[in-house]
Ligand binder design. Structure first.
Ligand code: DMJ
Length: 640
């Protein structure tokens, strides 16, 4: 029988519901479908009303407390019989009452704050373009997949550490050199002890204000950048108590599950590089585990249309983006091109090819691209895969990309011929278009900007002296030439130090008419404890044993001691041409990772970290050569 149509508007009465036994055979006790629906509607409206009324009631805590039995749900630690019920249904409050109130207030504030945060986030989302929102959703999805994968993941496979040599030693025979090495170690103690006292856990130290310091490259959270960056230097200097102190902090406090947006490049070279080096030197598993945990957090940065990673990634959400200042939303060559060494080691240690594939994808993409004059521009758009502004430099924005091509080859026990060829091609183009001699006979590396050579060399570009020397062996029959070129760059950079009041080099210097190796603009006159010039002295020392490099290194060490040392550590200076310089009040983490390490190695024997067994990443963290033939790596599909 079909149910009668419900026509309330027609005035026709809806037959009463008969829930009792049937009185007429045609009025059965069962409810018709439409009647059930109405009933359900009324019921649900009633429930909604009650529910809503409950939430819209005025805040009862301000008037009286009803025992709604919610405390145990909201405040699990409040025991039910702590407040007995009086006959009127009110709670008779015990001595704990103020504590309860506080607790409730705290919870209410938390709920309010969470709501506000959610509102803010929603507002932020609405400001974003469709494309950005879509990318975020994709990232979220990938994150979920990744999390599932992580949960399913087996523990890291036991990979034999390649045969390591030269992790200790290097004691100089000469007394004078030994004394100099001891002095460098003392400087390291001073930098570390003050960071330990005033900045522990913070990323860096402000040695004058005597408190922690951080910059946006490390994000908003305290990740102890100085601890991670300094570990291997402490280890090779034999500062084992300090090393263990750092290890303890990393084990107990280093947390990557933070809502913080970090630089992929900086975190890779300082944290992953630092942790991997500490692992190889000490054999302590915790460093490997932390390196892998962090690397997993960086992977979402590669979720771009081209696979060229974003410059920054949020460690919690996995959302990436580029620096606002970079040409046309581009990623930076020196950033996405400086991941190879660490990522190959990660694949080696985990047996997971994902890291290796990411960096090889970048390489393949770069190989396919046109290069104006054979030069790699510094900017590449990760959405379109097109170059941004045609700006090429061996200093900032380009530098370590070239370094990692050479070091990929060295680290592979010279089997990665593709990387070597890319390096040789790039260096030939650089020599042709960017390297010039000044009127006064100084060799310098300029910068190419839209078809024009700017005769300016950055302090950062001074690392190239060491790179040319390191790459001399294995070059296209020009070993002598590249060693000589490295020596010439070392001389130019030494001149940039020598022509200042403090004997410390400026951030960048010009070659223009009468001006040679001198900074012209005030904004270029600072020295922030950078290592590149000393790094080049050390490589040149290793390859030539010419005493001038130790002498130049010692000059720099004395200048740092005299002008940068303060009671709370070491600080950069704002003007190297002023004999009474102002301090910038920052002790950079790379001062402990690189500057002091290269100085220490300069005054050590060559048996400490020999270059045929170790390759230094761009933050001076030594990683072992993966001798393919001698390790299980040859059977490891991750790196074949
Ligand atoms: C370091 O963090 C690394 O050497 C990087 O490659 C660029 N420069 C800084 C120190 O100057």
């Amino acid at each position: 029988m079909t149910a009668p149509a419900l026509l309330p508007l027609s005035g026709r009465r809806i037959p009463p519901l008969n829930l009792g036994p049937p009185s007429f055979p045609h009025h059965r006790a069962t409810l018709r479908l439409s009647e059930k629906f109405i009933l359900l509607l009324i019921l649900s409206a009633f429930i909604t009303l009650c529910f809503g009324a409950f939430f819209f009631l005025p805040d009862s805590s301000k008037h009286k407390r009803f025992d709604l039995g919610l405390e145990d749900v909201l405040i699990p630690h409040v025991h039910a019989n702590k407040g007995a019920k009086d006959p009127g249904g009110f709670l008779i409050h015990g001595p704990d009452e103020p504590r309860h109130r506080e607790e409730e207030e705290r919870l209410r504030n938390k709920i309010r704050a969470d709501h506000e945060k959610a509102l803010e986030e929603a507002k932020e989302k609405l400001k974003k373009s469709r494309e950005e929102i879509r990318a975020e959703i994709q990232t979220e999805k990938n994150k979920v997949v990744q999390d599932i994968k992580m949960k399913e993941k087996k523990p890291l496979p036991p990979v034999p550490i390649p045969k390591l040599s030269g992790i200790n030693g290097g004691d100089p025979e000469d007394n004078d050199i030994r004394m100099k090495r001891e002095k460098i170690k003392e400087m390291m103690k001073h930098a570390w002890d003050n960071y330990r006292t005033y900045g522990w856990g913070h990323n860096e130290l402000r040695p004058i204000a005597k408190k922690g310091h951080s910059t946006n490259i490390f994000g908003s959270s305290q990740m102890g950048a100085t601890i991670v960056d300094a570990l291997d230097t402490l280890y090779i200097m034999g500062l084992h108590d300090e090393f263990r102190d750092g290890q303890k902090w990393i084990k107990e406090s280093l947390d990557f599950s933070v809502n913080s947006e970090v630089s992929v490049f900086e975190v890779n070279i300082r944290f992953i590089g630092g942790l991997l080096a500490a692992y190889y030197l000490s054999g302590e598993e915790i460093f490997k585990i932390k390196a892998v945990q962090l690397a997993e957090k960086l992977l979402p940065a590669f979720n771009t249309p081209t696979g060229i990673p974003w410059a920054m990634v949020n460690l919690k959400s996995g959302v990436g983006r580029n620096w606002g200042w970079a040409s046309a939303g581009s990623s930076i060559l020196a950033e996405f091109g400086t991941l190879h060494m660490e990522f190959v080691h990660l694949s080696y240690l985990t047996g997971d090819p994902v890291y290796y594939k990411k960096v090889m994808h970048i390489r393949k993409l770069l190989q396919k691209m046109d290069r104006p004059n054979g030069l790699y521009p510094n900017y590449l758009n990760p959405r379109t895969g097109r170059w941004g502004q045609y700006h090429t430099s061996v200093g900032g924005l380009g530098d370590s990309f070239y370094e990692y091509l050479l070091k990929a080859w060295l680290m592979s026990d010279k089997t990665d011929i593709e990387a070597r060829n890319m390096y040789d091609d790039a260096i030939e183009a650089i020599e042709k278009h960017l390297i010039k001699k000044s009127r006064g006979g100084l060799t310098f590396i300029g910068e190419w900007k839209n078809g024009h050579l700017e005769k300016k060399m950055g302090h950062l570009a001074c690392f190239a002296g060491g790179m040319f020397a390191l790459g001399a062996d294995g070059s296209r029959n020009k070993a002598g030439h590249y060693l000589e070129l490295g020596a010439e760059i070392a001389r130019t950079c030494h001149e940039s130090y020598d022509r200042t009041a403090l004997k410390l080099g400026p951030e960048s210097f010009k070659f223009d008419g009468a001006v040679e190796a001198v900074a012209v603009r005030q904004a270029e006159k600072y020295y922030i404890l950078r290592p590149e010039v000393i790094e080049t002295y050390w490589y040149l020392w290793r390859f030539t044993h010419d005493p001038r490099y130790r002498q130049w290194g010692w000059e720099a060490a004395l200048a740092i001691e005299k002008y940068c040392r303060v009671s709370g550590g070491f600080s950069g200076v704002k003007d190297v041409y002023s004999s009474t310089p102002a301090h910038d009040d920052v002790q950079q983490s790379f001062f402990l990772a690189e500057t002091l390490k290269y100085l220490y190695l300069l005054f050590s024997g060559d048996d400490l970290l020999p270059l045929d067994h170790w390759v230094f990443n761009t933050e001076a963290h030594p990683l072992p050569v993966l001798h393919l033939a001698n390790t299980t790596l040859s059977g490891n599909p991750a790196v074949r």
